[in-house]
Design a protein around this ligand. Structure first.
Ligand code: AMP
Ligand code: ZN
Length: 462
């Protein structure tokens, strides 16, 4: 049975969906005002692994993800400027163009690390009606108040507002930075905006829609409540996001959704820990991030990054270093090389498959699942049995191992000749020359790895 850590209960729980075998899963998606970086990718690969584990447990998953293509206020440093509007101003493009450009880049990035596309992708700008509808429900239930600048959710009306984070309200006030322009008519500092009016501070905001309260644009949190409930119902099974979403975004989602429906919004909350660099979160604002293009330019296969993510548990921080990516690439190359020589898949290794699923069902223990995989690879089982099982395992790992299994690498004669030549020169100690040949081989699309058993040729990641 699948067990998941639920942020709401702060415990590992048995996973029992509301309406089996169906599972509704909502993932917070990107804000498309800047480039997707590999920190984001860790989160999306994490969601993908969760979805694949649900599927291998024979659940029918309906996966919904949003695209935040309308700007929102985020930090004091932005001096109250909307991220998307800022991106547009800085790049000389329209806000719509900015959103489209970075959305395309997002898809390109997540596709290269082999994540399955969600069944439904919901854009905030295409669901304004649903967001307004939800604000209406909140108005009817008496949870909102209106100032000159915005419509707010009144958190004093919602009991147990901080139940997801377990924080005290006073603690949260410190972290609540989103309404950075000072609205003196706001009742509690933690009250959050559902709708901003295009007046005063926001009079020049480009994206705007009519509503019967006045022209404006939605606050950030309302879109996720409105769109998840639209596609998955008032109560659904799993909601995912990064740990940074716990204390503000998801706390507010719960408040809005439950205040509107009177029902429990989400049964299991799953939060992914960060990819960090030198002890700090990889992020746009700290400018300490890498994009997938940079990984590829340095000669790595994007799937080596996926492999690297799998080596850490999703609730642990993962420190990114080039060295760790290199190790992941080597492990993946080794695996690919080994399985090239395997026979046609037959029967399978039942025990290993069971141990593999058990590891994953234990709160998505991917490092343990890789250990099981390697145990099987090194075992004495016939390669045909291992081949069958490795394909089964790859349904979750998503490393595209089928492209290598039983397919010996056909090295062109020219490359083979260069490898032999290099080996001879290297033995004579002419390392400079041998390095030149290595570069030549690289240009032809192959890499040489010097192992104890001699040089090994692998295809270069394109
Ligand atoms: P954003 O587009 O910045 O709102 O981020 C989209 C998602 O990526 C959120 O769920 C964040 O929690 C997550 N995220 C951002 N930076 C990182 C990081 N360095 N490591 C893991 N997840 C991240
Ligand atoms: Zn969200």
């Amino acid at each position: 049975m699948l067990k998941l850590y639920n942020t709401l209960s702060r415990k590992i729980e048995n996973f029992e969906p509301i309406n089996p075998p169906h599972v509704g899963m909502y993932s917070c998606g990107p804000t498309v005002y800047d480039y997707t970086h590999i920190g984001h990718l860790r989160k999306y690969v994490g969601d993908d692994i969760l979805r694949r584990i649900l599927e291998i447990n024979r659940y029918e998953v309906k996966h919904v993800m949003n695209i935040t293509d309308v700007g929102h206020l985020v930090s004091d440093e932005d001096a109250g400027e909307d991220k998307m509007e800022k991106g547009a101003r800085e790049s000389g493009r329209s806000v719509w163009e900015v959103a489209k450009f970075f959305e395309d880049y997002f898809w390109k990035s997540v596709d290269t690390v082999n994540t399955k596309r969600p069944n439904i992708v919901a854009k905030a700008t295409e669901h304004i009606r649903e967001q307004i509808k939800l604000i209406h429900r909140l108005e009817k239930n008496g949870f909102i108040y209106i100032t000159e600048h915005a419509i707010y959710f009144d958190i004093s009306k919602f009991p147990n507002y901080t139940k997801l984070s377990g924080q005290k309200l006073e603690e949260k006030a410190v972290g609540a930075r989103e309404d950075v322009f000072i609205d003196k008519q706001k009742k509690n500092p933690q009250d959050f905006a559902l709708w901003f009016f295009t007046v005063g501070h926001f009079k020049d905001h480009t994206m705007r829609w009519p509503s019967h309260w006045g022209e404006g644009f939605p606050g950030w949190h309302i879109e996720c409540s409105a769109m998840s409930m639209e596609y998955l119902g008032d109560s659904f099974d799993i909601h995912t996001g990064g740990i940074d979403h716990i204390s503000v975004h998801h706390t507010n989602e719960i408040a809005q959704s439950e205040a509107a429906s009177g029902k429990q919004f989400v049964k299991y909350w799953v939060h992914h820990n960060f990819l960090i660099v030198d002890g700090e979160k990889m992020s746009k604002s700290k400018k300490n991030f890498y994009r997938i293009d940079e990984i590829v330019e340095k000669g790595f296969d994007p799937l080596a990054l996926r492999y690297l993510f799998l080596t850490a548990h999703y609730r642990d921080k993962l420190n990114f270093t080039w060295k760790s990516l290199e190790s992941a690439q080597n492990a993946l190359n080794n695996l690919r090389e080994l399985i090239r020589g395997w026979d046609e898949p037959k029967i399978g290794c039942a025990q290993y498959e069971q141990d593999f699923i058990e590891a994953l069902n234990n709160d998505l223990n991917t490092p343990q699942s890789l250990a099981v995989l390697w145990g099987m690879v090194r075992s004495d089982y016939p390669s045909s049995a291992k081949a069958k099982s490795i394909l089964e395992m790859d349904k979750v790992l998503g490393l595209k191992l089928d492209e290598y299994l039983g397919k010996p690498l056909k090295i062109p004669a020219r490359v083979r000749k260069l490898v032999e030549e290099r080996e001879k020169i290297r033995k004579e100690g002419a390392f400079k020359k041998s390095d030149q040949i290595r570069k030549e081989i690289k240009k032809l699309g192959y890499e040489i790895e010097d192992t104890q058993k001699g040089p090994r040729v692998v295809k270069r990641a394109s």
